[in-house]
Ligand binder design. Structure first.
Ligand code: ADP
Length: 177
């Protein structure tokens, strides 16, 4: 599903973050060491190939809320923005740190003149952030910043499971701006 706000198309799709051919950049739900792992980071590093880990190495470690940008290597995109979400129940304040991930990713995208970007649901897998609460944070940040985006004209949210996809679709459909 799609919705246009302030000249930016917001999309919610179900699928694999490593298979988003038609966006300039994808966001990685990274670990502090910027290494491969399970979930999103595993899928991205597998598809990108070992050169991605090499490019990441000197940029690590990163802090919760921080984002860094690299090339995309064998992925069908130009860039990967790696951000470290908070571990729910450990990294506080969780809302601010998760919001920082999205803010910092959007800022990096703008700096690099990236026109389209796809996000996974950062922190909602291994890091245990409840999907509903995370969705609130995501759409609050988007509503706050969307009018200030000059380069980005498409932001896609890629959800893996049926229920996460439904939650995001509902949130986008009820988003008031
Ligand atoms: P984190 O460590 O930040 O919690 P995870 O990668 O464990 O990150 O999970 C984040 C979210 O991404 C979870 O909701 C998970 O179901 C989902 N996910 C896992 N693999 C993929 C993938 N290949 N593409 C998109 N989303 C994925």
């Amino acid at each position: 599903m799609k919705k246009e706000i302030a000249g930016v198309t917001l999309e919610v799709v179900q699928g694999d973050i490593a298979k988003q051919e038609d966006v300039v950049a994808i966001v990685n739900a990274a670990n502090a060491q910027l290494k491969t792992g399970g979930g999103v980071a595993g899928a991205i590093h597998r598809a990108a190939g070992p050169e991605l880990a090499k490019e990441c190495q000197p940029l690590a470690p990163i802090e919760p809320g921080e984002a860094v940008i690299t090339g995309a290597h064998n992925l069908p995109n130009q860039y990967v923005i790696h951000c470290l979400g908070p571990v729910y129940g450990r990294d506080e304040p969780a809302v601010e740190l998760l919001a920082d991930c999205y803010r910092n990713s959007l800022q990096l995208a703008e700096e690099k003149k990236i026109t389209s970007l796809a996000f996974p649901a950062i922190s909602t897998g291994t890091f245990g952030y409840p999907l509903n609460e995370a969705t609130e944070v995501v759409f609050t940040v988007i509503s706050e910043l969307i009018a200030n985006l000059n380069q980005l004209n498409k932001i896609r949210f890629v959800l893996f499971s049926d229920s996460d996809f439904e939650t995001y679709k509902h949130k986008l459909s009820t988003l008031t701006y």
